[in-house]
Structure formats: C-alpha cells, structure tokens
Design a protein around this ligand. Structure first.
Ligand SMILES: Cc1cc2nc3c(=O)[nH]c(=O)nc-3n(C[C@H](O)[C@H](O)[C@H](O)COP(=O)(O)OP(=O)(O)OC[C@H]3O[C@@H](n4cnc5c(N)ncnc54)[C@H](O)[C@@H]3O)c2cc1C
Length: 409
C-alpha cells in the first residue's frame, strides 16, 4: 500500500507538490475549501501569467532578498529552465518577452491549468474540494465540509500550501495564521507586497488622471534608481516600477509614516538639454503647453508636475531640475486584500532545510505562506513551484528516515 499524503491548498504550490508526490508513487489527497482549485493562478493569467524570468541565476536569486538561501536550495531543485520544460511537457509553449519575463504563448492560465489538472487526475491525485482545514485534532487533520460536517484525515505526511492573504475571496484568506499561532509555530505578520501606495491626490487630478500610465519614468528611492512605468490610480500609484521598490517603501512608511520617492519625468534628456529646450521663448502659451511642447512632457507628466507643486519655478534651469527630480509623497500602503502578494508568514527558522515544521514532524509548508517576498517578474510563481518541489522531496526523505519503505523521489 502506498503511503498517504495530504496536500492542503490547491494553488500552484499545492498542485506542484501533489504532482511531485504522486509521481513518486504516493497516494495523494489534495484538500481545498473552494469548489475549484487554482483560482488566484487563473487571476494571474488575466494579467498575462508571468511564469518566471530568463535572467542569469545570480541576478534571479537576488530578487528574494533575505530568503536567498532558502530559494537557492529550492531553485536548485526546480529552476526557471525546468519550469519552462515542465510547461512544454504539458503541451504549453512559453516565450521570453522583451523584458526577459517568461510567459505561456497564449499569456493565459486556463489551458495550462487544464492540462495540469488532467495530468494530476492521470497520476491518481484525489481532490477533496469544499474541505476547509480547521486544524489538528491530535495527529489527525480536521476539515469542515460545505454542509458543515467535520471530517478527520490521518495521513503519513502533510504538505500545507495555503497562500498569503491577498484577494481573500479567491481562497487564500490567511485564516491559517490562527491555527499556526495556536500551535506555537513562529509567524512574521502578513503584510501587503507588490501593492499600490496611497498618494493624497487633489480631486481634479484624481478625476482626470486615474487609470493613466506614466511612462517612461525613472524612480529613485534610497539611492536606487530604475526606469519603467507607473499606473496612476484613484488612491495613488501602482505598477511594476512601484512593486520593484515595494518592500523598501512599505518598510519606510511603517518606520516614518511616509515615503518620498523622486521621479525623473524626462530621463532621456540631461538637465542641460532640458534647460535649453525650456529656455525657448514661451510667448503667449500657457505653462502647461510650454511644458508639453518645449519640455516634451506628456499631458499626464505635466499635470503630475503641477500636482506636486502648484507654484512651479519660472526659471528654465530650476524647472528642468524639478522635472528631473520631482518628489512624490506616499502616505500608506494599499490594502492587503488588493495586493498581488503577501510578505510575512511562517518564519524560515521554524523550518528544517527541507521545509518541515520543526515542532510538527511530518508537516511541511510551501508557497506564499512562507516568510519570503519578491517583486513581480515571475519570481512569485517560480518561488511557489520551487519551494513546493523542495518540500515534496523533503517528505520523501522524511518518510525514508522514518524507516517507511517508499519509492525514492
Ligand atoms: C492579480 C494577481 C496577479 C498575479 N500575477 C502573477 C504573475 O503574473 N506572476 C507571478 O509569479 N505571480 C503572480 N501573482 C502571484 C501568484 O498568483 C501567487 O504568488 C501564487 O498564486 C501563490 O501560490 P500558493 O499556492 O502559495 O497560494 P494560492 O495560490 O493563494 O493558493 C492557496 C490555496 O489554499 C486554499 N486554502 C486557503 N485556506 C484554506 C483552508 N483553510 N482550507 C483549505 N484550503 C484553503 C485556497 O483556496 C487556495 O486554493 C499574482 C497574484 C495576483 C493577486
């Protein structure tokens, strides 16, 4: 009889772990409290499904900040190249975009998820949906079914992959933190990551400009600069350039109540070149027109500049200085419910190298519920796939160490 494994959570981490474990010959049951799995994965597909990134391994690893040593182990087991090969095996071609990001050819999650679930069914994974995990009862796992019934399941090993706390209506609602806390499992508080930030826009600016992309723009914060695109929202700013600085901005706001970023609205010109252009006679033109025609600013950049400082310097050189270093104050992070991902979670020092909870032998954790974060760019999904592969292999090693005869993973 194969040994039984419970995988709790049907996001990319849980599905990947179920796949690795079923391929190794275990009897895997995957529990999820929603009627279908992969809901956040499908949502990610609406934005193009950035699966991973093609940059060199050393650069890739740096994106995980303090969690680099965990991710080095995880990526060694399931690398970005292996993720692409895995997609191809499922019949899904991938391509590298101009930014180095990797996407499925159709830029959607539906066909990939469909092919993946077919494979899991073929491998014999049992799906127990509408089963909400409510904790442990002795050695057994407890689940509440949709009709309120309590069900107990006592597997040989468990892998938990319940995600963070963003977009809770899709399934990952962070309620597991209460269960973990009750079992003295060390947790770092869940915080929004890759989230929007609040700016106190004037009503006029908000009404006219929300929904417009500011591009190209160079953002500088804490001595680091990067060029990209910022989306103006009703309440502030979001987008990949903001997310790239997200952790540092969030920490600054937590420490000081605000974060002041600097925007270069004409990063393709030097200050001298811009000054020369702005020194052209303005004639009867309004300042807004002069900024657009002589300064080459987009209508959005021109109104952002005026939003930042109602009294712009009249002198061309000082005006150029302001355009090249416009301060913008962020006063709060956006809500975690709307964040792309979640920072915080199960502390890495609560886990063995194989992602088993030190105080719960036989229980492994993977995916976004671990305490790591990364910017957008494919690092999130890759991190979930790779930590799931690491934890699944860890289960195999642990069962062997318990002298249970199993096929090797
Ligand atoms: C709008 C958006 C776009 C994104 N785009 C990208 C992208 O392009 N590239 C990228 O790398 N990342 C992207 N992400 C992030 C990525 O989707 C997540 O990092 C990833 O889904 C996390 O995987 P996970 O398996 O750890 O958790 P989740 O996908 O959150 O899955 C957790 C599962 O656990 C289940 N669950 C929770 N609690 C219980 C319980 N008590 N009992 C039973 N089941 C439970 C949930 O129903 C869910 O199915 C995006 C996220 C969002 C919100």
């Amino acid at each position: 009889m194969p040994h039984t494994i419970a995988v709790i959570g049907g996001g990319p981490a849980g599905l990947r772990a179920a796949e690795v474990l079923a391929e190794a010959g275990y009897a895997v049951t995957l529990f999820d409290h929603k009627p279908t799995v992969g809901r956040k994965f499908l949502l990610a597909g609406r934005g193009g499904l950035n699966l991973t990134h093609s940059e060199p391994a050393a650069e890739f690893l740096k994106k995980y900040g303090a969690a680099q040593s965990l991710m080095a182990r995880a990526l060694a087991l399931f690398s970005p190249e292996e993720l692409r090969a895995w997609c191809h095996d499922l019949g899904i071609e991938t391509f590298v975009g101009s930014s180095g990001r990797v996407y499925p050819r159709d830029m959607k999650a539906t066909s990939l998820l469909r092919a993946w679930l077919k494979k899991l069914n073929r491998l014999g994974v049992t799906f127990a949906l509408r089963h909400a995990w409510t904790g442990w009862n002795g050695d057994a796992l407890s689940f509440q079914t949709a009709d309120g019934e309590m069900v107990a399941f006592k597997p040989d090993a468990t892998l938990i992959a319940l995600g963070g706390a963003s977009w809770p209506h899709l399934g990952s609602d962070g309620h597991w933190t209460g269960i973990f806390r009750a079992h003295n499992i060390p947790l770092a508080p869940l915080r929004p990551a890759n989230c929007g930030f609040v700016v106190q826009w004037s009503d006029v600016f908000r009404q006219r400009r929300a929904g417009e992309p500011l591009k190209p723009v160079t953002l500088t914060f804490a001595g680091r600069s990067q060029r990209g695109e910022i989306m103006i929202t009703q309440n502030g700013v979001e987008g990949s350039l903001i997310y790239a600085f997200g952790a540092a901005l969030r920490d600054e706001i937590e420490a000081r109540g605000k974060a002041v970023i600097t925007l270069d609205l004409r990063s393709d010109l030097t200050k001298g070149e811009l000054t020369t252009r702005l020194s052209r006679p303005r004639g009867s033109q309004s300042l807004a027109n002069h900024l657009r025609k002589a300064g080459g600013l987009s209508p959005l950049a021109a109104s952002l500049l005026r939003e930042g400082a109602r009294d712009l310097p009249p002198n061309a050189s000082r005006l150029a200085e302001r355009i090249k270093a416009m301060p913008l104050t962020l006063v709060a992070t956006g809500p975690i419910e709307r964040a792309i991902s979640t920072a915080g979670g199960v502390c890495l020092n609560a886990l063995t190298e194989d992602l088993m909870l030190k105080n719960k032998p036989g229980v492994f954790v993977a995916g976004e519920m671990l305490d790591w974060e990364a910017p957008t760019g494919g690092y999130l999904l890759q991190g979930c796939f790779s930590t799931a592969s690491l934890a699944a292999r860890g289960i195999g090693k642990w069962l062997i160490s318990q002298s249970i005869t199993v096929e090797n993973i």
